[in-house]
Design a protein around this ligand. Structure first.
Ligand code: GLY
Length: 386
C-alpha cells in the first residue's frame, strides 16, 4: 500500500525532520501545506514501519486519559482534527484512512473496575465530555460479543479509530505530492550545532544543512537528544507493546472495546486486533509467550467468543516514553532552530495531527500556543529535573 518512491539525497533544506512515523510525516505535510520551503524527512528504516505500523489506531482520548488536565485537552483537540484530516487525505491521495466513528465501550468486571469506571464517568461528565453509562445488558445489546460477566460499561461516542497503516500511507503520499523529500534508510547520527544554533544533521551518507531540525524519531530519538540536551530527564525510552490479530469475519464487534486491562479493535476488513502489553525490553521487538498469554486472557475476559477465531498475526511495537509519560513538543531551550515532537507514548496516532499543527506553528512563527505550553521542555527545566 505504501507506494512512495525513494528520492535523491539533498544537501540543503529549509527544514529537516528526523523520523518518518506518523508524527514526522504529519509535520512534513503540515509544513509543506504552509509552503515552508524545501523539507527533507530522514527515516532510518522504512516510513511508518515502527510504532505507527504496530499501533491499534484508537483515538481514545477518554479511554486513555485518567483526569481532566492539559493532556486531556491536547488529546481531545487532536481527536477533533481527525474528521477534516480524513477528508483532506482522501482528496489529496485517494487513500481512505478508515476513520470509524462508532465509538468505544469501556467494560467493568470487578468491584475495583466499577470504582474506576464510576470515577471516570464522574470526572468526564463533570468536564462536559460525552460519556454514557450502560448496564452490562445494554452493553451486550450494542455488542453481543461482550462477556456475560461484564457488569457495566461506559460508552465514549467520540473515541473513534483509524486504520493507522493507511494513515501512514496517506500522509507519506500527501507529503511526497507536496514536494517533501522523503529519504529512507538514512539514519541521523548527530545534530550539527554551531554556537547555540542548529546547522543541520549528519547522516552516514553525508550532511544535510538546514536552519530548522525537528526530532520526531519516536523511541530512537534518545541518543540524538542525549548529545544536545544537558538535562538527563529529557530522554525517550522504548516501552514494548505486543499485539495479536484475529480473523473475525463476520465481524465480532463494531465498537473498540476496552477493559481496564486490555482492548479489542475491530477493523473494517475483518481483522480484530487485541492489545497490549506494557514492557521494558529495550529495543527487543519479539513477541513472547508471556505477552500472548497476557493479551489473550484479557481479550477473552472482554469476549469469550474470541476463543473460536483464528489467530492470524502477532507483532510488537516500541512506544516512545518520556519520564513523565507526556509528549515533548516544541523548541529546545538550548539550541535555536531545534525542535522536538517526541514522547507520544501510548497515543502517537491520536496526537499526530495536533502535534503537527502546534510544532509547525512554532517553527513558522516562533510562538508556542497555550495548548502546547505544558508539553515543552520548560517543564523539566523549571522543575529542576536534571
Ligand atoms: N494506546 C494503546 C496502547 O498503547 O496500547
Amino acid at each position: 500500500m505504501l507506494n512512495v518512491e525513494e528520492q535523491k539525497f539533498v544537501e540543503t533544506a529549509d527544514a529537516v525532520i528526523v523520523g518518518g512515523g506518523v508524527v514526522g510525516l504529519s509535520l512534513a505535510r503540515k509544513l509543506a501545506l504552509s509552503s515552508f520551503g524545501r523539507i527533507v524527512l530522514l527515516e532510518r528504516g522504512q516510513l511508518g514501519a515502527e510504532a505507527s505500523h504496530a499501533a491499534g489506531g484508537m483515538l481514545a482520548a477518554q479511554a486513555e486519559c485518567d483526569r481532566p488536565d492539559p493532556f486531556l485537552e491536547l488529546a481531545c483537540a487532536s481527536r477533533e482534527l481527525y474528521p477534516a484530516l480524513s477528508l483532506a487525505l482522501l482528496e489529496e491521495t485517494g487513500i481512505n484512512i478508515e476513520l470509524d466513528q462508532t465509538g468505544t465501550l469501556y467494560l467493568s468486571f470487578t468491584e475495583e473496575d466499577e470504582r474506576e469506571t464510576t470515577h471516570r464517568y464522574n470526572w468526564q461528565s463533570g468536564a462536559g465530555l460525552p460519556v454514557e453509562r450502560l448496564t452490562g445488558d445494554e452493553a451486550r445489546r450494542l455488542e453481543p460479543c461482550v462477556s456475560e460477566r461484564a457488569a457495566s460499561a461506559l460508552r465514549f461516542p467520540l473515541d473513534w479509530q483509524v486504520e493507522n497503516r493507511r494513515l501512514v500511507a496517506a500522509l507519506a503520499t500527501s507529503a511526497a505530492k507536496l514536494g517533501v523529500h522523503l529519504l529512507m534508510g538514512r539514519e541521523v547520527e548527530a545534530i550539527l550545532i554551531e554556537r547555540g544554533r542548529v546547522e543541520g544533521v549528519q547522516t552516514a551518507r553525508g550532511k544535510v544543512f538546514a536552519p530548522v531540525v525537528i526530532v520526531a524519531g519516536g523511541a530512537w530519538a534518545s541518543q540524538l537528544m542525549a548529545e544536545v540536551e544537558s538535562a538527563p530527564a529529557v530522554r525517550v525510552e522504548p516501552v514494548r507493546g505486543q499485539m495479536l490479530c484475529f480473523d473475525s469475519r463476520p465481524s465480532l464487534a463494531r465498537h473498540v472495546i476496552y477493559s481496564p486491562r486490555g482492548y479489542l479493535v475491530p477493523r473494517l476488513d475483518g481483522r480484530l486486533l487485541a492489545g497490549s502489553t506494557t514492557e521494558r525490553a529495550g529495543f527487543d521487538k519479539r513477541v513472547t509467550a508471556a505477552g500472548i498469554h497476557n493479551i489473550l486472557s484479557n481479550a477473552l475476559e472482554i469476549s469469550p467468543a474470541l476463543a473460536n477465531l483464528p489467530l492470524v498475526d502477532a507483532w510488537s511495537g516500541l512506544r516512545p516514553k518520556v519520564v513523565d509519560d507526556l509528549p515533548l513538543l516544541g523548541a529546545s531551550a538550548q539550541t535555536r532552530g531545534l525542535f522536538y515532537a517526541v514522547g507520544h507514548y501510548r497515543n502517537g496516532i491520536l496526537l499526530a495531527p495536533v502535534t503537527a499543527e502546534l510544532v509547525a506553528e512554532e517553527v513558522m512563527t516562533g510562538a508556542a500556543r497555550p495548548l502546547m505550553k505544558p508539553f515543552t521542555i520548560e517543564r523539566f527545566l523549571q522543575a529542576g529535573v536534571r
